[in-house]
Design a binder for this molecule. Structure first.
Ligand code: ATP
Ligand code: SKM
Ligand code: MG
Length: 175
């Protein structure tokens, strides 16, 4: 059975640090780390842009929903989810029931600085990627907040500080 408080699930926009913070947090808490994006790439043997190209965003979302269902049903994991995972109502319900959900929040400016040189994010391959990021922020911030038990502001915080802060918050949470 899945014990709600053995899993930590990270949500947030592209560049929020879910993968980076998640890996370090898992090491500190002695939990296994999974990343839904990495798992999709590993299982399908192609990059995320290729999945988007071949199956469209809808195809990617179906695969993402299934892999998050599977990974979140494990115990004692830190799970970094893809930035758009919360678009699925089914996934939102699942995440809330399967772990302590942490929203890593960042300003659009910072998220932009962290993602601008990376071509691996198909949703940002537009004429004005920063404006796109702003739109995604407006659309998704309420969804991240809806699922989150904890909201962490990542602005001007290095990864080590964030992990320490997160560990303290998690330790202080009721069972
Ligand atoms: N708190 C931070 N301060 C400075 N740089 C950071 C911070 N968190 C992450 N980064 C950097 O920002 C980039 C994006 O981080 P990361 O890949 O962990 O984001 P993500 O939330 O997993 O994004 P995605 O949803 O696209 O997978 C990386 O180069 C990482 O080193
Ligand atoms: O924000 C999003 O919709 C995405 C974020 C990434 O983590 C990947 O899951 C993919 O690039 C889509
Ligand atoms: Mg990531």
């Amino acid at each position: 059975m899945t014990d709600k408080h053995t899993n930590i699930i990270l949500v947030g926009l592209m560049g929020a640090g879910k993968t980076t913070v998640g890996k370090l947090l898992a090491r500190h808490l002695d939990k296994c780390f999974y990343d839904s994006d990495h798992e999709l790439v590993r299982r399908n043997g192609v990059t995320i842009p290729v999945i988007f190209e071949v199956e469209g965003e809808a195809g990617f979302r179906r695969r993402e929903e299934a892999v998050i269902d599977e990974l979140s049903s494990l115990d004692n994991v830190v799970l970094a989810t893809g930035g758009g995972a919360v678009l699925s109502a089914q996934t939102r319900a699942l995440l809330k029931s399967r772990g302590t959900v942490v929203y890593l929040r960042g300003t659009v400016e910072e998220l932009w600085q962290r993602t601008r040189h990376d071509r691996n994010r198909p949703l940002l391959q537009t004429a004005d990627p920063k404006a796109r990021l702003r739109e995604l922020y407006t659309q998704r911030d309420p969804l991240y907040r809806e699922v989150a038990n904890v909201v962490i502001d990542t602005s001007r915080q290095n990864v080590n500080t964030l992990v320490r802060q997160l560990e303290q918050k998690l330790a202080g949470m009721p069972d």
